[in-house]
Write a protein that binds this ligand. Structure first.
Ligand SMILES: [Zn+2]
Ligand SMILES: [Zn+2]
Length: 398
């Protein structure tokens, strides 16, 4: 079971080093891919990914989970679907949907409208299942004429009255998916992908949030928590370009007001749920990834800043070393077995490791051997010594 990050920027991006939000997980043994969020440019990220044994194929996509409707999470959906569903040939309306999409109210209309407005036709079909809360409006799939010609009739999945969660709305093989609401400026969801025993791996992917506690009961003891970390206060000694006006307090107040989190907030939630592994995602445009294609001193500053972001999260988490995601980073979550009878330690972590999408081992090659500027790992680096680079135009994060 692995997770690969295709885009790790907040809505202030995309930038030279990060595309906006998307990740894929291969949670089934059949090689299919499940995606969470699909920013503009996600299709191209498949083409830009490093060559190697783990190269992902669009054709393997079978499910897409959308956390919320903001543009930095949705605008890649239609181009991706168009590619994944193929060029139209002989139409076969009896075909089951090839890609299933789950998301909040509005996602069905969004995809249907753009497909219709752009006169897009595809060979295979898709379906949208909406996760609805009490006050949401249903987007009908009847009469059939209201749908797009490539669309199958989707389900309207209502949150349970007793707790507001969508439990077990996907169940395939030994993997099930739950969802719950989290707080953001727009209605937003977190997804929990979990295996049944004995492996019991559990991945929690949160959308944008300034407070994910409404979903907390679904998230306990995850093998991997993926939490946004849009902004952070970086000391001047680490980032020479950081403004003195940006204090820990002002940054946190502003990030909360915008519906987002700091690394410390992510670390706190990881501690609250007892996460075994924490990855920070949805990184603000202020924090570009350390590419190999940029000058060494510039890169060193970026490395040091990202190390500081990780440190702040780890300090609050207190259970390990948090990792800030970079595009094409691949996280492998190994088996977590149930405790042996009589052992009082709950779950025992057997093994867990992270592979960077373009590994740190490549560092000595200078340009990761591909000539296209991969992302440098940022562990074990020295603090910066120059005045370069953190200056990025600030854009609204969504
Ligand atoms: Zn966002
Ligand atoms: Zn958002």
């Amino acid at each position: 079971m692995t997770v690969t990050f295709l885009g790790t920027s907040s809505g202030g991006g995309p930038s030279d080093s990060r595309n906006c939000s998307s990740l894929v997980a291969d949670v089934q043994a059949d090689g299919s891919l499940w995606m969470v969020d699909c920013a503009e440019g996600t299709l191209r990220q498949f083409a830009l990914q490093p060559y190697g044994t783990h190269r992902l194929k669009v054709s393997r996509l079978s499910k897409i989970f959308v956390t919320h409707m903001h543009v930095d999470h949705t605008m890649g959906l239609v181009p991706l679907l168009r590619n994944a569903l193929g060029m139209p040939q002989e139409s076969d309306t009896a075909k089951p949907p090839r890609v299933e999409i789950y998301g909040p109210a509005g996602i069905r209309t969004f995809i249907r409208s753009i497909l219709k407005m752009t006169h897009t036709r595809t060979a295979d079909r898709y379906v949208v299942h909406e996760l609805l809360s009490a006050n949401d409006e249903v987007t009908p799939c009847t009469p059939p004429e209201v749908m797009h010609s490539s669309e199958c009739q989707g389900k309207d999945i209502w949150a349970r009255e007793e707790d507001g969660f969508w439990r077990n709305f996907v169940s395939k093989g030994n993997v099930a998916v739950d969802a719950g609401p989290i707080l953001h400026r727009a209605p937003c969801l977190g997804y929990v992908i979990r295996e049944s025993p004995p492996l019991s791996r559990k991945i929690v992917v949160l959308g944008d949030t300034n407070d994910p506690t409404p979903i907390l009961p679904l998230c306990l003891s995850p093998s991997l928590l993926i939490h946004e970390s849009t902004d952070a206060c970086i000391p001047h000694s680490i980032d020479p370009n950081s403004s003195a006006k940006r204090t820990t307090e002002t940054v946190e107040a502003k990030v909360r007001e915008r519906g987002h989190s700091t690394p410390g907030m992510a670390g706190s939630f990881a501690k609250l749920v007892g996460a075994q592994q924490l990855v920070l995602n949805h990184i603000g445009s202020r924090f570009p990834a350390p590419l190999y294609s940029i000058p060494r001193r510039v890169r060193d500053t970026r490395v040091a800043v990202m190390k500081e972001v990780e440190r702040q999260a780890s300090e609050e988490w207190g259970m390990g070393e948090a990792q800030a995601a970079v595009d094409f980073m691949r996280v492998e979550v190994h088996a977590v077995r149930e405790a042996a009878p009589g052992f009082d330690g709950g779950l025992e972590e057997e093994a867990m490791k992270v592979e960077r999408g373009v590994g740190e081992a490549d560092e000595t090659r200078g340009n990761n051997g591909r000539g296209r500027g991969g992302n440098a790992g940022h562990r074990g680096r020295n603090p910066p010594t120059d005045q370069n680079t953190m200056q990025q135009p600030e854009r609204e994060d969504t």
